[in-house]
Design a protein around this ligand. Structure first.
Ligand code: HEC
Ligand code: HEC
Ligand code: HEC
Ligand code: HEC
Ligand code: HEC
Ligand code: HEC
Ligand code: HEC
Ligand code: HEC
Ligand code: HEC
Length: 467
């Protein structure tokens, strides 16, 4: 069928000059694309380089329109304009074997140097499309893209987003998102946060991809958070990170499992970060008084435009390691706030360094200096630890039967929940104000209900005040 089209194209092309001002019918007859060189290995690339019209986009019109808004669509210009372009740079800024299942490296741009293969087009991720384009509905020809990154971190997005522009994949792989907690991924009620495919399904993503029907669990890979096509949200994400809303914020889709005390939540908080940041977490004793119950620090308001990402995805500058000719902005994908860093400020991946050996780059946009952020952290940690210690000692004096009845929430249950919330790593930064208020109110409620007075000299006056 394709050869018929191509034949027709050849005839038209030879008369194109004389027909230049001719009627539309000529264009209706026009075949989909110019025959790609044989050495291209089945990649078809652009049908029009200038307007960035891909052959695929002739039919998948919506995908084409979305993709045009992404950085992938101008990857070639970025490379050229850097002034540091070398031959070895090109395979990631063009269509070739990088990012798809094609194993022959000498295909696409690499084999042809034809500008129709400029930029990270559809086939960079989907693989060669000639067969599919020729017979679009043949099931064996569907060029499905992959969402996994391979055991050696060299497939899919990872093929390009690693190595020369190093950090993304390597950092991600070492983070908890790059790992699967097998028993949680295997349970239906847990998988929507603990397994990549199930997360996408729970968000209503129906698009077909290679691993879709595989039984093996998939980690929270690049393509779970990032939309492969859509550049609508900053960072090409599936959902925004700047929305202060548990329903709409990307991170809070998963980081908001159990944040509020209820009789049945006997296991305590589970990934409470989102609601805590927004001031919607914890147990509020009956007489709880606070200017605004949904209290949040600046950290949880729109004055912090990246919310979780501001602190947990610090950007830092790297010299291009191959040429040293230009510097490169990396977005931290270890997801660690205050990561351990070496003397050049580059994250080391360790987690047990002291507070002095950490980067506070995610904080200094607001806190002025690393020292200021560090001392705020230490003050908050000491204050919250003091209150936690006090509550813990009180809870030890309350009889067992006051705890854990799933039909009623006692003051003991609620106070225990608040104490556990305060002990979650990072809580004292996520929302020191709300925590302090909840812990103090819990201590007062324990005094009232059980007649126990706190030992020690911890102050029950609120010390943090919103600016
Ligand atoms: C001539 C029109 C046409 C062109 C050009 C075309 N496709 Fe398709 N494509 C289709 C049709 C029609 C289907 C649906 C086939 C089916 O469901 O049986 C399809 C299906 C797909 C699917 C699978 C979707 C699913 O839900 O299973 C992918 C992925 C895809 N195309 C990618 C591409 C890529 C990449 C290119 C460029 C190399 C491309 N297509 C070019 C018409 C086209
Ligand atoms: C063939 C190589 C290649 C593959 C495969 C690839 N990328 Fe990229 N990506 C690039 C290049 C090159 C750029 C930089 C383009 C520019 O800035 O002009 C880029 C840029 C990006 C950006 C930055 C967007 C922005 O607004 O700055 C994101 C996000 C991204 N890619 C995500 C992905 C994801 C997710 C995948 C896998 C589904 C992927 N990429 C697969 C090469 C690739
Ligand atoms: C292994 C694949 C790969 C190779 C090889 C590669 N790049 Fe890139 N390049 C990327 C990816 C992926 C991005 C997008 C990273 C991002 O947006 O954060 C990128 C982004 C860039 C950017 C934009 C930087 C920025 O901060 O926005 C420039 C400029 C660039 N590359 C130039 C080069 C040059 C020059 C070379 C050769 C010395 C090269 N690239 C080789 C994959 C590659
Ligand atoms: C950066 C990698 C990447 C690029 C570039 C890319 N895709 Fe995809 N595409 C994917 C991945 C991964 C999926 C499956 C997950 C998803 O769509 O969210 C996919 C899914 C699809 C589907 C299946 C949709 C469905 O409903 O089943 C089609 C069709 C498609 N892409 C077409 C295109 C076209 C056309 C282009 C170019 C205009 C393109 N893609 C560019 C990675 C990419
Ligand atoms: C848990 C969600 C998540 C996962 C998983 C993830 N990212 Fe990101 N990524 C983000 C967020 C959030 C940003 C920052 C967006 C912003 O604020 O601009 C980002 C930024 C980026 C950027 C820079 C975009 C820009 O505008 O500068 C690139 C490139 C990127 N990610 C690639 C990847 C790759 C490659 C992987 C897989 C190895 C990956 N990401 C995995 C959430 C994620
Ligand atoms: C699809 C669900 C999902 C999304 C979306 C998600 N996370 Fe996670 N995150 C998890 C799970 C599950 C874990 C714990 C996995 C484990 O412990 O093995 C985790 C762990 C973490 C950790 C602990 C890191 C470590 O290495 O110990 C941080 C920090 C984190 N996420 C931050 C974020 C941020 C910031 C975002 C948004 C940019 C985000 N997450 C988006 C599910 C998600
Ligand atoms: C709404 C999303 C969500 C659901 C549903 C969910 N979790 Fe989690 N879980 C997370 C996130 C996010 C983290 C990481 C953040 C943290 O540890 O606070 C996490 C952390 C964990 C951890 C700690 C991992 C570690 O590294 O120590 C375990 C274990 C766990 N979950 C098990 C489960 C089990 C079992 C279920 C089902 C009964 C489940 N989760 C349901 C989001 C969820
Ligand atoms: C104002 C900065 C800031 C914001 C905003 C923020 N965090 Fe944190 N987060 C931290 C700090 C600091 C820590 C403690 C890190 C440490 O001690 O290594 C932390 C710890 C964590 C941890 C525990 C990590 C571990 O190693 O166990 C998770 C999970 C987490 N944050 C997720 C989130 C999520 C999800 C959001 C958004 C809802 C968020 N954080 C918003 C600063 C922040
Ligand atoms: C968007 C701006 C912003 C960012 C980013 C930010 N902070 Fe803050 N932070 C503030 C402001 C403003 C306050 C003062 C209280 C208020 O009004 O919210 C504060 C208060 C605090 C407090 C409470 C104790 C006190 O001094 O009031 C701690 C602890 C803290 N920040 C730690 C951090 C750490 C650690 C980071 C980086 C991981 C960070 N912050 C990032 C703006 C920010």
């Amino acid at each position: 069928m394709r050869s018929v089209n191509l034949f027709r194209f050849a005839v038209l092309a030879s008369t194109a000059f004389t027909l230049a001002a001719c009627t539309d019918t000529v264009f209706v007859e026009r075949p989909l694309f110019d025959d790609p060189p044989t050495e291209a290995g089945g990649f078809v690339g652009y049908t029009d380089v200038e307007s960035k019209r891909t052959v695929c986009g002739a039919c998948h019109v919506g995908r084409q329109a979305e993709w045009e808004r992404t950085a992938h669509a101008h990857a070639w210009a970025t490379l050229e304009e850097s002034g540091s372009s070398r031959a070895f740079c090109e395979s990631c800024h063009t269509v070739s074997s990088m990012g798809n299942l094609e194993t022959n490296e000498n295909v696409g741009w690499v084999a042809t140097s034809n500008p129709r293969f400029h930029d990270v087009q559809c086939e960079a991720c989907h693989g060669p499309g000639l067969d599919h384009v020729s017979v679009p509905d043949a099931p064996q020809n569907q060029p499905l893209a992959m969402l996994s990154v391979g055991d050696d971190l060299d497939q899919g997005c990872a093929a390009c987003h690693s190595g020369v522009h190093r950090p993304f994949t390597e950092e991600w792989a070492a983070s908890a998102h790059g790992d699967v907690v097998a028993f949680a991924a295997a349970r239906v009620e847990c998988a929507s946060c603990h397994e990549g495919k199930a997360a996408l399904q729970s968000w209503g993503v129906k698009a077909a991809f290679l691993e879709q029907d595989e039984a093996a669990p998939m980690a929270i890979t690049c393509g779970v958070c990032h939309d492969p096509h859509d550049g609508r949200f900053q960072g090409q994400l599936r959902m925004p990170v700047e929305e202060p809303s548990v329903e709409r914020n990307l991170c809070m889709q998963c980081h908001g499992r159990t944040a509020v005390a209820m009789p049945e939540n006997v296991r305590g908080p589970h990934a409470p970060q989102g609601p805590l940041l927004l001031g919607e977490a914890g147990w509020t004793p009956p007489g709880f008084e606070y200017p605004d119950i949904r209290i949040m620090t600046t950290h949880g308001t729109q004055a912090n435009p990246g919310l979780c990402a501001t602190c947990h995805m610090e950007t830092y500058e790297l010299e291009d390691p191959e040429t040293g000719a230009f510097s490169f902005r990396a977005t931290g994908h270890s997801f660690q706030a205050i990561p351990c860093v070496d003397e050049n400020g580059v994250p080391t991946g360790e987690t047990d360094c002291g507070l002095q050996e950490r980067s506070y780059g995610g904080c200094t946009g607001c806190h002025g200096s690393a020292d200021a952020a560090r001392s705020a952290l230490i003050v908050a940690r000491n204050r919250i630890d003091g209150l936690v210690g006090t509550i813990g000692a009180l809870l030890d004096r309350i009889p067992e039967e006051e705890f854990g009845d799933p039909s009623v929430l006692t003051t003991a249950d609620g106070s225990l929940f608040n104490m556990q919330l305060a002990q979650e790593p990072g809580s004292e930064v996520h929302n020191p104000f709300l925590l302090e208020a909840l812990l103090v109110a819990s201590i007062r409620q324990i005094e009232r209900d059980y007649g126990l007075t706190p030992s020690g000299n911890v102050s029950l006056e609120l010390q943090f005040t919103p600016q």
